[in-house]
Design a protein around this ligand. Structure first.
Ligand SMILES: O=C(O)CCC(=O)C(=O)O
Ligand SMILES: [Fe+2]
Length: 358
């Protein structure tokens, strides 16, 4: 099991090379969280261990329905225009290919722009928030029948899974079970529907000759901004987690959800749970085996990422039970221990870098 260490937020690591050997991530059987006291205890130990090491875990038997694949379509373009803005309030809606660019803790405008030019993301995204939020830019119902109803169900189901995990985290810390749920009472998170368009299959030799970190990425290396993220990926693969030295595939596992820790939870847990660097790369010949179709344009990839966020006005501070001096250390270079930020301030800072207009 990888242990990503205390300096995992060094922005230099975002340019690390990839290994073809999958990350040895734990799969948590969620039914154990609902099982006997002994089963729940065992599940809590697994969850704690996974989040302390990779900051990533697979969830099985999570109870979510399978009906979740909504495919973004080129037709979505221009149907729900969003302003060219880097304000947090404006990021809901459809971001076409080329709009929005992920980088890791790069906030200087010129540096963000240089990174965007050198290493663009290859994706289009639809972001939808709490279904009750009037700022959502909905797809036109006649063209995407059933989407809003599907979304409301899916949102609730994601919230339920995440709330069960938040309660489990509080039990691990031996603090009041609802502590983390109370901080997310406004359900301020969002869901991204991601489409990574077709791209040329990369071979080992092409990857080997590219300088470290320069292989084509669908989504650049980043940590997530919020609490917990739930990722639903299709069968194509390409998601990778950093293990402290290299990026390793988080291979698709049918029926599971990938869960990872974001910045706010790392900060709240005082570095106990890791907000791990991750990225999405194109399909590789070596990892595709028989499905390999070298040299051709292959494989769109679709994924959905739900991210829970702490209520906007809540300060992101160390939780009770995590203040053991010297035991863990949040390594986020940009957290200022003297001046804690609110959830809103942190999200604003990272979203502004993501939607910076060059
Ligand atoms: O597409 C994926 O598998 C991951 C997406 C992701 O990391 C994100 O949206 O933050
Ligand atoms: Fe992410």
């Amino acid at each position: 099991m990888g242990s990503i260490g205390s300096s995992h937020h060094d922005p230099q690591l975002a340019a690390s090379a990839s290994s073809n050997e999958a990350a040895d991530m734990i799969t948590l059987d969620c039914s154990k969280l609902r099982g006997s006291a002994a089963e729940r205890r065992e599940a809590l130990v697994q969850l704690d261990h996974a989040l302390q090491t990779y900051g990533f875990i697979y969830l099985a038997n999570h109870g979510m329905p399978e009906e979740r694949f909504f495919h973004l379509d080129a037709a979505t373009k221009n149907l729900i225009p969003r302003p060219a803005s880097d304000a947090l309030e404006d990021h809901l809606g459809y971001a076409e290919y080329g709009v929005g660019h992920i980088s890791q803790l790069v906030f200087d405008e010129a540096a963000v722009e240089a990174h965007r030019i050198a290493s663009p993301d290859h994706k289009e995204t639809l972001e939808v928030g709490n279904p009750a939020d009037p700022k959502n830019r909905w797809l036109p119902e006649p063209l995407f029948p059933g989407f809003r109803a599907f979304y409301a169900r899916f949102w609730d189901a994601c919230n339920e899974v995440e709330a069960a995990l938040r309660r489990a985290l509080c039990d691990i810390l031996a603090i009041e079970t609802d502590t983390l749920c109370r901080m997310q009472s406004q359900r301020f998170g969002h869901i991204s529907f991601l489409h990574y368009p077709q791209m040329v299959l990369q071979s080992a030799s092409a990857t080997a000759t590219a300088p470290a970190g320069q292989e084509a990425r669908r989504l650049n290396a980043h940590t997530d901004y919020g609490g917990l993220t739930l990722v639903f990926q299709d069968h194509v693969g390409g998601l990778e987690v950093h293990d402290g030295a290299v990026f390793r595939p988080v291979a698709p596992k049918p029926g599971t959800i990938v869960v990872n820790v974001g910045d706010m939870l790392e900060r709240q847990s005082n570095g106990r749970w890791k907000s791990a660097l991750h990225q999405v790369v194109g399909p590789r010949e070596e990892t595709l085996g028989a499905r390999s179709d070298k040299g051709k344009l292959v494989f769109d990839r679709y994924s959905i990422a739900y991210t829970g966020a702490v209520d906007p006005e809540v300060m992101i501070e160390t939780l009770p039970g995590c203040d053991v001096p010297g035991k863990w250390r949040p390594s986020m270079a940009d957290w200022d221990q003297e001046k804690p930020v609110t959830s809103y301030e942190w999200l604003t800072k990272r979203v502004a870098a993501e939607y910076h207009q060059g």
